[in-house]
Design a protein around this ligand. Structure first.
Ligand code: SF4
Ligand code: SF4
Length: 145
């Protein structure tokens, strides 16, 4: 595969290229809290029930928006309005002209580097099925990047 992410805009990418940009970090699948006054977003270490904690992949990617109605399907058109996406998300990095980091699978050639670099949520999270929603605030974390 050519280094398409260096030569194409997000809007110019094919579906296959677009999908390959997701590094599988799983950070966008963390449950988030929003301060209603400041609109600030806080990430928690609680993750969507469909996420596989080991592979960090969605358990039903094709039907994700049906199974989880507030799961947002990323597109080149809605990316601008998604300021809550993690700083290191590949889509956000490219949208902001920051390129891909060394651990991105398209650069390193392996998904292992996403986990080895600490960019993924592997080993850091619990499922939303394991906690009471009232406890969410106690799960706010600062390691999302
Ligand atoms: S944060 Fe970005 S790169 Fe990571 S899983 Fe979500 S969409 Fe993929
Ligand atoms: S449905 Fe899948 S992609 Fe959407 S938040 Fe849950 S695990 Fe992530």
């Amino acid at each position: 595969m050519t280094e398409f992410w260096k030569t194409k805009t997000l809007a110019e990418m094919t579906t296959q290229e677009w999908e390959s940009l997701c590094d599988g970090c799983g950070q966008c699948c963390l449950v988030k809290l929003e301060d209603t006054e400041s609109s600030e977003i806080y990430y928690t270490d609680v993750v969507c029930y469909l996420l596989d904690h080991e592979s960090c992949q969605c358990g039903d990617y094709q039907n994700r928006c049906i199974r989880v109605p507030d799961c947002i399907k990323l597109t080149a058109k809605n990316l601008d309005g998604l300021g809550w996406m993690p700083d290191e998300c590949a889509y956000r990095r490219l949208a902001e002209g920051r390129g891909l980091d060394w651990w991105h699978p398209l650069v390193s050639g392996s998904y292992d580097t996403v986990h080895l670099s600490g960019a993924s949520i592997r080993g850091k999270v619990i499922s939303e099925t394991e906690i009471d929603v009232e406890e969410l605030e106690q799960h706010i974390v600062d390691w999302v990047r």
